[in-house]
Design a protein around this ligand. Structure first.
Ligand code: PMP
Length: 441
């Protein structure tokens, strides 16, 4: 790892460490203080959890420094609403952190899961639905000649890198500084317990800066195996940044010229923006794509899709897991992708996103605030201009949470096909109150 990238990793650890300290204090003292809603069960669960789970909660859920009003525990979901263990219901703009693309407990997906569970989930051989799903993925994803299935996004990004290395016989992998590709040692943003050797063959470039990619590729020389990139810049703690078409095309050309694999990490955006792949509108096709999140509307599933040129390498690597052949989540994925293909679900998601963005922009300016709304409308993020430490933004998301709107101050939100115009308008009525509360303060 270069000195520069090492420094940036350390910078990130500091940031995340700080946030989790806040979250600890938050979980103990300040949850739901804004409107003092009923949160007894939530606090009790947090207390029990701290005894038996290190830190009480792990990973991205361990940083609810994001809220003083949102619960840590959820009891159930229905469409675009989630209800916590104390019975408080929220209009949900996090959609299970992305997976819930059609709405919680979508009937067609539930039916498919129930029917499969009645036959068994974890059998000694692969379920027939695996073949159906792989066929559907190959038919849906523009660059795909084949598909491999797994459970989590990290499985898919890690397998993609392994396939690229097996195919090229090379070691170096380039990724954008600060981008998230999962929680395995090679890519976790927190390097506690990670050795430099785990990342020995990674190097970093700046997103949307082709020159920095070319420089990193030059450092890799003839050892360049792959470039891994997200469809747009979606790092936490900063505005999202859309991808310049020239950057995407430049990456494609660089990979073609060097023989490296272009890996699109479509885990977060996939099947929410464009079913054929999130870079289809830019006219750039990757060699490998990693998918998860929205693929099965909340059931645990991931996939790698690839081109024929990488089929043999994908055959040679060893990647699997005890639950990688579980049938129910594959049935959920077939139902989800079918619904996405055969209905106007993606148009509805975009429409809901536009309505929300326009409504929030009008509200902010009516209340005298300048806000920056970034990213695709289907995966929005709002930050108050000049609010570099997100403190004002967090006060606003707290006020929204206290009014039953589930939004995040520094991780992108997600819209789903179950958000109707009426849901967006109801959410906007509540966020208007959140802006008004900031003005009063
Ligand atoms: N890549 C991206 C872009 C992601 O957003 C995520 C999850 N947030 C991952 C990879 C890892 O996926 P998972 O958490 O399912 O392992």
């Amino acid at each position: 790892m270069s000195e520069m990238s090492e420094m940036s990793e350390i910078g990130e650890i500091g940031e995340i460490g700080e946030v989790s300290e806040v979250s600890e204090a938050n979980a103990m003292n300040t949850v739901n203080t804004v409107n003092a809603v009923n949160n007894k069960n939530d606090l009790r669960l947090a207390e029990r959890s701290r005894v038996v789970i290190p830190g009480g909660i792990y990973g991205h859920m361990a940083v609810p420094g994001f809220s003083g009003t949102l619960p840590q525990y959820m009891a159930y979901g229905d469409g675009c609403r989630v209800t916590d263990t104390d019975g408080n219901t929220f209009i949900d703009f996090l959609c299970g952190w992305g997976p819930v693309v059609l709405g919680h407990r979508h009937p067609a997906v539930q039916r498919a899961v129930d029917e499969q569970l009645a036959r068994g989930d974890c059998l000694n051989g692969a379920p027939p639905v695996m073949v159906e799903l792989a066929e559907l993925l190959v038919d849906t994803v523009a660059h795909a000649d084949w598909a491999l299935l797994a459970k989590n996004g990290t499985d898919a990004t890690t397998a993609s890198v392994t396939i690229a290395r097996a195919a090229t016989g090379r070691r170096k992998v380039l990724m954008a500084r600060g981008s998230y590709h999962g929680a395995a040692p090679w890519c976790t943003p927190v390097t506690e317990g990670v050795t430099p050797e785990d990342r020995a063959h990674l190097d970093y470039f700046e997103f949307n800066d082709l020159e920095s990619v070319r420089a990193a590729a030059a450092r890799a020389g003839d050892d360049l195996a792959a470039v891994v990139v997200c469809p747009h810049r979606q790092d936490v703690h900063r505005d999202q940044e859309l991808t310049d078409q020239g950057f995407a095309r430049g990456l494609r050309e660089l990979c073609d010229r060097t023989g490296a694999a272009l890996i699109l990490d479509d885990v977060r955006c996939g099947f929410r923006l464009d079913l054929a792949g999130s870079w289809e509108p830019l006219g750039v096709r990757p060699d490998l794509s990693a998918w998860s999140k929205a693929i099965a509307n909340g059931y645990a599933l991931a996939a790698v899709t690839g081109t024929d040129a990488l089929r043999d390498a994908a055959k040679r690597i060893y990647t699997t897991g005890s639950f990688w052949f579980s049938a129910a989540s594959m049935a959920a994925a077939v139902a989800t992708l079918t619904e996405l293909r055969e209905t106007d679900a993606l148009e509805r998601i975009a429409r809901a996103g536009r309505r929300l963005r326009e409504g929030l922009a009008a509200q902010a300016s009516a209340h005298g605030f300048e806000v920056i709304q970034s990213g695709p409308v289907q995966m929005p993020l709002l930050r108050f201009a000049g609010d570099d430490d997100f403190s004002l933004t967090r006060r606003w998301t707290d006020e929204a949470g206290a009014r039953g709107v589930y939004v995040h101050p520094y991780h992108n939100w997600f819209l789903g096909a179950s958000h109707t115009d009426a849901d967006i308008d109801e959410a906007l009525e509540r966020t208007d109150g959140a802006f008004a509360a900031l003005t009063r303060r």
